[in-house]
Design a protein around this ligand. Structure first.
Ligand code: PXL
Length: 280
């Protein structure tokens, strides 16, 4: 069985970061080792959330794993807390990385043209250095703009997206996939660039006219999980985009309308079926 290490916070309530990554990756048949960077009462879109930083635990935990000769097939990072923490995580990656390790970075820090409340421009630039060591990075357009110093646009054409992707590859990432890319009215999806071959990849879904929190974490967890199931980069991204879209659609049927996160619990069986069918 493949083993992944995922490094992100635990938002106790909120259906994001580790509370999404762990169930999704486990259901995809991957042993999931977690490294919580902080414990929050909720994610940061709630008011008055509590937060206990755990960054001082990263080094001792990693040292213990080293002493036990633990290895990982992939390391997947999501929402981190501070610039110092990004540096600690970069060191951990360099300590555990081998030629066969997939380093998957979701620089989760903003959306809709804005950074989340805890972050500023310096944090975004620091996250760009983490993306620079990634094999696969999956920022949304907002995060890519902040990391590359590009003007954020609500409306754009494919040339704008290609330019952003090239700038992301210039940071050092081997491949970059932008999420939340809308290339025509009523559509949304992903567009990627493989730095080694210069090949672009694009996939569009019907856009569902609503936004839920934590969908970026769902996309990333499924993308890395599918890739670790020996599917191609394009197929992994497509499965993740479809799964995110169908989970949003399912959530809209819920009369309780859980604005703070999507009902991925209901769509896990579908994900498992999709994966099984793709692997045949
Ligand atoms: O990926 C979203 C996320 C994860 N973790 C925390 C967050 C957010 C988004 O706001 O606040 C703590």
């Amino acid at each position: 069985m493949k083993r992944i290490l995922t490094i992100q916070d635990i938002s106790c309530l909120g259906k994001c970061s580790l509370t999404v990554a762990l169930p999704l990756l486990s259901s995809m048949g991957i042993e999931t080792v977690i490294l919580p960077t902080a414990v929050l009462s909720t994610h940061t879109m709630f008011k008055n959330f509590t937060c206990k930083d755990l960054s001082d635990q990263i080094e001792p935990i990693a040292a213990h794993w080293k002493s036990e000769n633990v290895t990982f097939d992939a390391i997947y990072t999501g929402y981190l807390g501070t610039e110092e923490e990004i540096e600690t995580v970069k060191k951990l990656i360099s300590d555990f990385r081998t030629d066969d390790t997939l380093v998957f970075i979701d620089p989760a820090m903003g959306d809709n043209g804005k950074l989340y409340p805890a972050f500023n421009d310096a944090y975004a630039k620091r996250n760009a250095t983490l993306c620079g060591i990634g094999d696969m990075i999956v920022p949304n357009i907002t995060e890519a703009c902040f990391m590359t110093g590009t003007e954020y646009r609500e409306t754009y054409d494919e040339a704008y997206v290609r330019d952003l992707l090239q700038k992301l590859i210039a940071l050092g990432a081997k491949s970059a996939t932008l999420t939340g890319v809308s290339l025509s009215e009523g559509k949304t999806g992903v567009m990627g660039l493989d730095g080694a071959t210069g090949r672009y990849f694009s996939y569009q879904n019907d856009k569902i006219p609503t936004a839920y929190h934590g969908t970026g974490d769902i996309f990333s967890s499924v993308a890395v999980g599918a890739y670790m199931n020996d599917l191609s980069w394009d197929t992994a991204m497509k499965i993740a985009a479809d799964y995110t879209a169908c989970t949003i659609a399912k959530t809209m049927e819920d009369p309780a309308d859980p604005w703070y996160g999507v009902n991925f619990e209901e769509t896990i069986p579908l994900l498992v079926d999709t994966l099984r069918a793709e692997k045949k």
